[in-house]
Design a protein around this ligand. Structure first.
Ligand code: HEM
Length: 368
């Protein structure tokens, strides 16, 4: 029997957040580096893209249902009371340029929940959305914003330079990744440079990696597939040989005939030493605090990617952890700097593409 008392979620206190004295300078440099990526891809393609996660593989609409009977520490913010909300989901991969899918990188999932009521985050007033911006690994590749800036500068230097070279690099790195995996570990840096295994995006579990407030508490958030038609795809390799948009095609093949169900899960911080707020690289141990379901997301069969959807979602929407309720304020170094970075990237796309990028108030049907 464990000698530890049952874990109780820690209530948030402002002293848990410790911004570095030069955080404003780090934020400025991150915004500048990301803008350079956007300028480069705009110069080459004549269309403004996201500085990271530029390529979408699916643009889906569905419904989120908050579960009934949640205990008080989970029934917070969006999950405070049972309800159903329309959602948009955008599946992506990390690079800031549109590469062939055999440059294999981590997968992203952005979710926009529409129609949420409650006190808003600073900068998100007047809207009614709650976004979750997730990647398929439980922690961030760097501890804080400053060390992330260093690796971003490296990546930025490769933007649109030599897609052919990136493909070679990716297949070499995938080999290296297999060796590391067989030795029992995964290297986030290698994976972000193109060594991610070529897995099916619909089988993956996606994580916030860094914490948000969960009402009075602090939590990481995850979205995990639960429908058997999705879990059968977990860790399944997709054969995309000779298919530059193979991931998009694999997802489209699925949604042409089937739907999918995911759980939105929350991992509450129960111990600040093991589950730190300021160190983004630490995986919060699930044996101390498991991810627990607070909502379900259901998506019916649909055309999962079309040019008209790309116009509506890739170009006219933006997703940010800072779009949402004050009850889900992003916390910690990486989260704090993301506010300005996402806002600047959105503004660049809006001005260069000369079309508004705004929060939907109601979710009309996405085009087919
Ligand atoms: C300091 C750290 C980070 C910075 C500066 C950063 C910055 C950005 C920027 C500027 C965008 C493009 C936004 C747009 O054009 O609308 C973006 C997109 C994205 N980021 Fe981050 N990010 C960071 C950390 C993370 C983390 C921790 C995750 C998830 C675990 C994440 C997941 C994503 C995803 C999935 C997208 C695509 C969103 C979409 O589909 O619109 N990022 N990021």
């Amino acid at each position: 029997m464990s000698s530890r008392p049952p874990a109780v979620p820690v209530r948030y206190e402002p002293v848990f957040e410790r911004p570095e004295p030069d955080e404003a300078e780090t934020t400025r440099a991150l915004v500048e580096t990301m803008r350079k990526i956007q300028e480069k891809t705009f110069e080459d393609g004549g269309h403004a893209l996201r500085s990271v996660h530029a390529k979408s593989h699916a643009l889906l609409q569905g419904e989120l249902e908050v579960l009934v009977g949640l205990p008080p520490h989970l029934a917070q913010g969006l999950a405070a009371k049972p309800g159903r909300y329309p959602v948009v989901m955008r599946l992506s991969t990390i690079p800031g340029d549109i590469l062939d899918d055999n440059v294999s990188t981590p997968r992203g999932l952005a979710i926009k929940v529409v129609g949420v009521q409650g006190e808003r985050l600073h900068g998100s007033e007047g809207h009614n959305t709650q976004d979750f911006v997730l990647v398929n690994a439980p922690a961030f590749l760097k501890s804080d914003a400053k060390s992330f800036l260093k690796s971003l500068k490296l990546l930025a230097a490769t933007t649109d330079k030599a897609p052919g070279l990136k493909k070679v690099l990716s297949s070499v790195l995938q080999g290296v990744e297999k060796v590391i995996e067989s030795a029992g570990g995964q290297s986030p840096t290698i994976m972000s440079m193109g060594g991610h295994p070529e897995t099916h995006p619909l089988g993956e579990t996606y994580y916030s990696q860094v914490p948000v407030l969960w009402g009075e508490y602090m939590a990481k958030v995850a979205v995990a597939p639960i429908a058997p038609e999705l879990t059968v795809l977990t860790k399944k390799a997709v054969d995309i040989d000779g298919m530059p948009n193979g991931l998009r095609e694999a997802v489209a093949e699925h949604f042409a005939r089937r739907g999918g169900t995911w759980e939105l899960r929350v991992q509450l911080c129960t111990n600040l030493e093991e589950m730190p707020i300021e160190d983004a690289k630490v995986v919060w141990p699930e044996e101390r605090s498991p991810y627990v379901a607070v909502a379900r997301i259901r998506v019916a069969a649909q055309p999962s990617w079309t040019a008209a959807r790309a116009d509506a979602v890739d170009d006219r929407m933006s997703f940010s952890p800072w779009h949402g309720l004050a009850a889900h304020r992003p916390i910690g170094s990486v989260m704090r700097v993301r506010k300005a970075a996402y806002e600047a990237a959105r503004a660049f796309r809006e001005s260069r593409n000369q079309q508004p990028v705004d929060e939907p108030r109601v979710l009309e049907n996405l085009p087919g």
